[in-house]
Design a protein around this ligand. Structure first.
Ligand code: PRP
Length: 205
């Protein structure tokens, strides 16, 4: 039996679509069911629905064998008892610096973000000092209410930036979702996991 964790939110729908294309069907629709453990038509595969930031915790502990998670979620984690096996090229977005139009970067500016490590590294690399304010959601609000000067956040459609009067200044990097596996699970369930990965690789063929 392998357990596959899928992040709640924007990844879920696209991940379920990949499974459907390789004839893996959930016994309950994870989009509208409140069940957190969902059996599939494959006797040896069950789906676990987890908040994105908790997926690495379950995978690294070995309670769940493999997972589909955004690269952004892996950015800030310190433990990494997992392998990154496959880039699924789904839920594509980018990590950017954004702020109010007509502003410019300056030393000691304040950056609000869910991604403090990635933000700090980026500004260090471009030689600017800044202070980082960790927030947990609705990041775009911070510069609008002058809680911060800029933000480092995910942009997918660009709608949230636009509707809040903000502008993208720089792209830090592109993001998509990866299939990861607990290191021990990958060793002891190698055949099952690799056969699942081989099927996933055919999903767009
Ligand atoms: C993410 C991100 C942006 C928004 C970008 O937030 O932090 O706020 O999506 O998407 P867009 O470019 O398509 O508008 P999420 O929806 O995950 O919610 P959150 O603000 O609670 O983190």
């Amino acid at each position: 039996m392998i357990r596959l964790a899928i992040s709640k939110g924007r990844i879920l729908e696209q991940a379920i679509e990949i499974l459907r294309r390789i004839n893996i069907n959930c016994k309950f629709n994870p989009i509208d069911s409140r069940k957190l453990i969902i059996p599939t038509n494959m006797k040896n595969l069950e789906i676990i629905i987890i908040k994105a930031s908790d997926v690495p915790v379950y995978i690294d502990s070995g309670k769940v064998d493999i997972g589909i998670v955004g690269f952004d979620t892996l950015l800030e984690g310190s433990i990494a008892n997992h392998y990154r096996l496959l880039d699924l090229q789904i839920a594509k977005c980018k990590l950017v610096v954004a702020g109010k139009p007509n502003t410019t970067y300056f030393n000691n500016m304040k950056i609000a973000t869910k991604y403090p490590n990635a933000a700090k590294k980026y500004f260090e690399e471009i030689g600017l000092q800044c202070s980082i304010l960790k927030l947990y959601g609705s990041i775009e609000l911070a510069p609008v209410l002058s809680l911060s000067d800029f933000i480092v956040d995910i942009v997918e459609s660009g709608k949230t930036l636009k509707e809040n009067g903000l502008k993208e200044f720089d792209k830090i990097f592109d993001i998509s979702s990866l299939l990861i596996a607990n290191k021990v699970s990958y060793k002891i369930k190698n055949e099952e996991i690799n056969s699942f990965i081989d099927k996933v690789k055919t999903h767009d063929k």
